[in-house]
Design a binder for this molecule. Structure first.
Ligand code: 13P
Ligand code: SF4
Length: 320
């Protein structure tokens, strides 16, 4: 008797992926939102490319029926919280975030319980469960503005990124209790190698994301979110920039600043550690397959969506 071996089904990927994605977008009435840390091809087929705040705003305003989120899990989750009735697709459900993972909900609940009179401000890079325990969400582009609006006598917890938290404390002069989380990408940059680069390129400006460690930030000529760094690169007269954030930003930066020399800040090891391994799990093929099969999909209990929506809405109101 013959038995038939079951072969794994290899997905059929069309040759013209950009065309196929554009066609599916029309069929689904979908919008593709992409973070600057996505690979260049994904950015090139997105309807909107932005930082976490811009993406949350787009998700809040879109009329599309399906949101295809080319980013990481917490970003797609935020889009779902803002649109519980819409389908939100993430090309790879494993695209997580080391910073979000550094704040487990049970440990954070115990931490928060030690400070009952504190208001909780959480960076958007956290899970939906952490958002439900937060009073206000912020991103790297509005954290300072939000903290400045809170009465000076109100004690604050800031979670989960200790580097952004420390930067906000310096900018506002406010003391905050910090959760000690960090991002594996932004803590990878080497102060020593950056200083060497500055010696080799004395005309260069160092621009850095506030998730970087203080020993890198103290050398920076400009600190800002990905969108702020992009805008600064376009506006500055400087022709050479050392860029201390995830290297995906260089795609748009080079496109919009073709005459500038952009040098990615070097990591401590000789590795591609300045590429976010979570962001890079998404590929153009996976984006196509997610749209074709309408999965993987983000699902969340309605009660979680409702509880997590309040601090996100507060953020949107406070950063108008
Ligand atoms: P922004 O999108 O706020 O610049 O943050 C960068 C980041 O690390 C996203 O994961
Ligand atoms: Fe998370 Fe860092 Fe990757 Fe952003 S770059 S998604 S903070 S691990």
């Amino acid at each position: 008797m013959f038995t038939t071996a079951v072969r794994p089904v290899t997905p059929v990927i069309p040759e013209d992926l950009f065309g196929a994605i554009a066609a599916l977008k029309g069929d689904l009435n979908a919008i593709i939102l992409a973070h600057y840390y996505q690979e260049g091809d994904i950015q090139d087929c997105a309807d909107y490319i932005g930082d976490s705040l811009g993406l949350a705003r787009q998700a809040a305003e879109t009329k599309a029926e399906v949101i295809v989120f080319a980013g990481v899990h917490f970003m797609a989750e935020t889009a779902k919280i803002l649109n519980p009735d819409k389908q939100v697709l993430l090309p790879d459900l494993d695209a997580g975030c080391s910073l979000a993972d550094s704040c487990p909900p049970d440990q954070f609940a115990a931490f928060k319980a030690q400070y009952p009179d504190h208001l909780v401000i959480s960076y958007i890079n956290c899970s939906a469960a952490i958002k439900t325990m937060s009073d206000i969400i912020c991103t790297s582009s509005n954290a300072v503005k939000i903290v400045e609006q809170i009465p000076a006598d109100q004690p604050l917890i800031f979670a989960p990124d200790r580097n952004l938290g420390r930067y906000v404390m310096e900018q506002t002069g406010r003391e905050m209790v910090l959760w000690q989380g960090s991002c594996i990408v932004h803590e990878t940059f080497s102060e020593k190698k950056i200083v060497q680069l500055q010696v080799e390129h004395p005309e260069a400006l160092l621009i850095a994301h506030p998730e970087c460690e203080p020993q890198v930030l103290r050398h920076a000529d400009y600190i800002g979110s990905t969108t702020a760094l992009l805008n600064y690169a376009q506006q500055t007269e400087a022709k050479t920039l050392i860029v201390a954030t995830e290297s995906g930003i260089l795609h748009q930066m080079q496109k919009t600043c073709p005459d500038k020399l952009l040098i990615p800040a070097p990591p401590l090891q000789n590795c591609a550690c300045n590429e976010c391994p979570h962001m890079r799990l998404n590929t153009l093929e996976k984006l196509y397959l997610a749209m074709k099969h309408r999965q993987p999909e983000i699902t969340l209990p309605l009660a979680t969506c409702e509880a997590a929506l309040r601090p996100i809405e507060r953020m949107l109101e406070m950063s108008r």
